[in-house]
Write a protein that binds this ligand. Structure first.
Ligand code: PXL
Length: 284
């Protein structure tokens, strides 16, 4: 046996999300992002999607009790320093997650921060959430969330306003905050008036902070929201305050979009893998 130094356990982050068979979004994107952010990624799968770069052609949801059991079995053994949610699919799954979170100190007043990315549709416009589940987001998950990270389509579904300018983005942040999350990040990727920039708006109930970034000329942005929420959760798992976590995550996603690549006939994924040393190119 060869002696070795015991490794240092990195912060532990769980993604509660759906799979994307094309590997661009969902669990696959989250695990790449979590690895790139230097944390140990755990997974509670909510649904399996049949998907390629062009669209989603099938969804199979898992039983709510299996989703809850994945969370609890990990939280009580491995432990979790932060949790993020992605595609949650149905009201019963959201309910089961909330109950599992309450039992294990995730979100709310518990010690483990909860990042809620209220995924409603794929970037192709295919539904990933039952219409009836929007209310569960508003009344069950948002009050437990440390931070919520909707894009502008999700803002319209959740609080009923069409954001076409910065003033409406501020208004949306206030309306979302009133639903109970401690912090809000209204992502501006879908704001058409910003042609060269992409401004995400952070709000903690008192102060607004605009987070500007470049708008790259590419449609290969599949998984950008997943990368954002995973990077925020990773920073929270290290103990950073939310106001700093969102700034770091924005920088991370800018680089992931800069490094996105084409895949299939549709939308390619953003890539956080620029952080990896290409060890396979080294001789010997
Ligand atoms: O990017 C949001 C998202 C999350 N989770 C799954 C997805 C998508 C977008 O397509 O397919 C499973």
């Amino acid at each position: 046996m060869v002696e070795r130094t015991v490794g240092t356990t990195p912060p532990r982050v769980m993604t509660i999300a759906g799979t994307d068979s094309g590997g661009g979004a969902g669990v696959a994107a989250d695990l790449r992002a979590l690895a790139a952010c230097g944390v140990h990624g755990c997974v509670a799968v909510t649904a399996v999607t049949v998907q390629n770069s062009v669209g989603v052609t099938g969804v199979h949801t898992l039983p709510p009790e299996i989703v809850a059991a994945q969370i609890e079995t990990v939280a009580t053994d491995i432990g979790l320093d932060a949790v993020k949610t992605g595609m949650l699919a149905t009201t019963p799954i959201i309910q089961a997650i909330a109950e599992a979170c309450d039992r294990t100190g995730i979100g709310g007043d518990g010690p483990t921060p909860l990042v809620v990315d209220p995924v409603a549709a794929s970037m192709h416009g295919d539904p990933l959430l039952a219409d009836s589940a929007l209310d569960a987001y508003r009344t069950v998950l948002f009050p437990r969330a440390t931070v919520v990270t909707p894009n502008l389509d999700e803002v319209r579904l959740l609080v009923g306003i069409d954001v076409h300018d910065r003033a409406a983005q501020y208004e949306a942040a206030k309306m979302l905050h009133a639903l109970g999350p401690r912090h809000v990040l209204v992502k501006g990727g879908h704001l058409a008036e910003d042609t060269d920039i992409c401004v995400d708006l952070y709000y903690d109930g008192h102060t607004f902070v605009e987070l500007p970034g470049p708008r790259f000329a590419t449609g290969d942005t599949h998984g950008s929201g997943d990368n954002m929420a995973s990077a925020i959760a990773s920073a929270l798992a290290r103990g950073l305050p939310v106001s700093e976590a969102v700034v770091l995550a924005k920088r991370f996603v800018i680089e992931a979009v800069r490094n996105s690549y084409p895949l299939g006939a549709g939308h390619g994924p953003v890539s956080p893998l620029w952080v990896m040393h290409p060890w396979w190119r080294d001789p010997g």
